[in-house]
Write a protein that binds this ligand. Structure first.
Ligand code: APR
Length: 238
């Protein structure tokens, strides 16, 4: 296949070598902070300041440190520019490294760390500083209802209709840097396999929960695997 459409799912592993932490690796975020305390609607209702502080820290680590896209992000942007067919990146990540690398056809299914949303009127805006209960919504003026524009556990991810439409018409599905623990993203490979002869590839540091569902897999750091895989697809197709 040399002109088919490609859907790429990415997870925290693609940003690890840029200096951002993953969730379930050794020492990952969820080994230090409980999901129930900072990443559920109930946590936000119970203790909004604790939740806002958690995302203020993560936002500051994105803007404060020298966090840059790595060779894997850049390779995916090159694939989008140079591949003759459609290329869509569906990311579980809330960082902005795919955009910074130049990816344009990109869906953040778990939201974006650099945006906040009014829980009253749902208006979402770019927000690079800290967010507090004293902040107000520029659209409706409500104070104390601004929240991270991030999908919490128990909430519906964004763009699901667009994502399943792209999965249904893709010829190649690539999963990069995700442990395959969180649905619906973890079910995308099964969805692609069920609807016809498409190629499925996992590029990850280690086998994910869904590893056996992929027709092809390579294990190692994303900054090595992804540029090499993109070169191969651009030169030989898949
Ligand atoms: N290169 C490639 N893969 C890597 C690298 C690397 N340098 N470093 C780690 N990985 C792999 C790990 O082996 C692991 O399988 O990345 C994966 C990261 O898995 P998780 O930490 O579970 O992150 P992710 O799969 O993105 O989590 C999904 O869960 O907590 C929620 O909303 C959060 O979007 C997140 C979702």
């Amino acid at each position: 296949m040399t002109t088919g459409s490609i859907v790429i799912l990415t997870g925290a592993g693609i940003s690890k070598e840029s200096g951002l932490e993953t969730f379930r690796d050794e020492g990952g975020l969820w080994s230090r902070v409980r999901i129930e305390d900072v990443a559920t609607p109930e946590a936000y209702a119970r203790d909004p300041e604790r939740v806002l502080e958690f995302y203020n820290m993560r936002r500051a680590s994105m803007t404060g440190g020298n966090i840059r896209p790595n060779a894997a992000h850049e390779a995916l942007a090159r694939l989008e520019r140079e591949w003759p067919g459609d290329v869509l990146v569906v990311t579980q990540n809330i960082d902005d490294l795919h955009e910074k690398a130049g990816s344009e056809n990109l869906l953040h299914m778990h939201g974006e760390m650099m945006k906040v949303r009014c829980d009253h009127c749902q208006e979402a805006v770019v927000w690079e500083g800290t967010l507090g209960l004293e902040d107000s919504c520029a659209a409706c003026g409500t104070t104390g209802r601004m929240r991270p524009h991030v999908v919490w556990f128990g909430e519906m991810p964004f763009y699901m209709e667009e994502i399943y439409a792209a999965l249904d018409r893709c010829d190649l599905f690539i999963s990069i840097g995700t442990s395959g623990n969180v649905y619906p993203a973890a079910g995308f490979v099964q969805h692609v396999r069920m609807s016809g002869h498409r190629h499925t590839v996992e590029l990850n540091m280690e086998p994910s929960e869904g590893a056996t569902l992929f027709a092809e897999a390579e294990y190692g750091p994303a900054t090595e695997l992804v540029p090499a895989f993109v070169d191969r697809v651009l030169q030989q197709g898949f």
